[in-house]
Design a protein around this ligand. Structure first.
Ligand code: FE2
Length: 278
């Protein structure tokens, strides 16, 4: 990572192309702003479409293709998993779980969608794979998924959080993950949970909004010692909403399970010293 030039990552989410709430003028503005920003990477955290239809995916593909960014990671959301939309997603965007590596940063994208369900899941069969992706100690580690891993304020009754959010948070925390990027709720927010920064995105270019929120997207600015989260409403000035020291790392020795895939409800709890987890 070059000290004089921060790593810049733009996160857009919940485009909802094809919906009556998708606003083409907002989408065009987002494309123009991203092209002016020239980020190192673009992460699209799902809900490209409204119903998973092919023509909606084509509109989304054209929109994303207009953003002149070298590293692009696109993930499906619950709306994209409707009507077997995953087939169109894969044809136009490739794998539903993929990764990017650039300038000392690794972004692992996870498909959290389930066919025709609004709720999300990662699943224990992927925990080891996630840990392997994040085994390089010197990389800055980011995971991206559509569904939220933590409740988001200002979104009403909690629902559709990732079914196995607790276990996923444990896997990510134990793997040294630095940042989590989520979408789904259409409300931007930043949590810091232990060593991780958990960033939720709003909807970039639709009027599927909650309360008084406006369409928005996020910009992540990573330097050698800081991580900034910048909220950007199309047509408005950027606003820094979080600014953390980059090195949040603490040592946690608590490993509740030695093997996620075989631990069962009848297995004895591992012996541990409560003072180990500081
Ligand atoms: Fe959405």
């Amino acid at each position: 990572m070059n000290a004089s030039r921060p790593v810049v990552i733009a996160q857009i989410s919940d485009l909802h192309c094809g919906s009556q709430y998708h606003i083409p003028s907002l989408a065009t503005r987002v494309v123009d702003e991203i092209n002016e920003l020239r980020p190192d990477a673009l992460v699209v955290t799902g809900d490209l479409t409204d119903m998973g239809f092919r023509q909606e995916f084509k509109v989304a593909h054209r929109l994303i293709s207009r953003m002149e960014v070298e590293n692009v990671l696109v993930l499906p959301g619950n709306h994209d998993a409707r009507n077997v939309g995953d087939l169109h997603f894969e044809e136009l965007f490739g794998s539903r779980s993929t990764e990017l590596r650039f300038r000392g940063v690794r972004i692992v994208g996870l498909d959290s969608s389930e066919p025709d369900l609004d709720a999300g899941r990662i699943g224990r069969n992927r925990y080891r794979w996630i840990e392997e992706r994040f085994s390089e100690p010197d990389e800055f580690k980011i995971v991206a998924l559509h569904h939220h891993l933590l409740p988001v304020p200002g979104t009403g009754r909690e629902r559709n959080i990732v079914y196995d959010a607790g276990d996923v948070l444990r896997v990510l925390g134990g793997s040294g993950c630095d940042v989590v990027l989520c979408g789904h709720k259409h409300v931007p927010h930043v949590w810091r949970l232990e060593d991780m920064i958990v960033v939720n995105a709003g909807t970039a270019c639709s009027h599927r909004l909650r309360g008084m929120t406006r369409a928005s997207y996020n910009i992540l600015e990573i330097t050698e010692d800081r991580v900034k989260v910048i909220l950007k409403h199309p047509f408005s000035e950027p606003e820094t909403v979080a600014d953390f020291e980059r090195d949040l790392r603490r040592e946690c020795l608590w490993k509740p399970s030695e093997d996620y895939s075989t631990a069962g409800p009848d297995d004895p709890a591992p012996a541990r010293d409560p003072k180990e987890c500081r």
